[in-house]
Design a protein around this ligand. Structure first.
Ligand code: HEC
Length: 97
């Protein structure tokens, strides 16, 4: 897989999100105890976020709506270590869904 800012690389990376957000990334009940998982495709709130807002949310847990995601629900402390390239590719892929 070529590491580049492309939807294809984003799709490859999104496999790590499907365990919680569902195989189609449309969310549903949480497989772990905790808050229900959200739809992270363009049909959900992410569809209204800019790429910069998406990157901030996955690095700090702060969403553009002013929510602070709980790391024990959504493990943003893991995604905060992702290179900008990876987060941008994920954004492009999620926006394409
Ligand atoms: C351990 C389970 C888990 C994994 C793995 C996970 N998420 Fe989440 N995610 C959640 C939960 C639960 C929420 C809802 C938290 C809330 O609403 O407070 C969430 C919320 C989000 C949100 C906020 C959506 C919104 O509408 O505000 C985004 C964006 C997100 N996740 C992206 C991702 C991406 C991208 C990945 C893969 C790199 C990922 N998540 C992996 C559980 C997970």
């Amino acid at each position: 897989m070529k590491r580049e800012v492309s939807p294809a690389f984003g799709q490859y990376l999104s496999v790590s999100c499907t365990g919680c957000h569902g195989h189609n990334l449309r969310g549903g009940p949480n497989p772990l105890p905790g808050t229900p998982v959200t739809d992270i495709t363009s049909k959900g709130r992410v569809g209204k976020w800019s790429q910069a807002q998406f990157i901030t949310a996955l690095r700090t847990g702060k969403t553009p709506e002013g929510r602070q995601l709980n790391n024990s629900d959504m493990p943003w402390q893991i995604t905060s270590a992702y290179m900008e390239e990876k987060l941008s590719a994920l954004y492009l892929y999620l926006k394409s869904l």
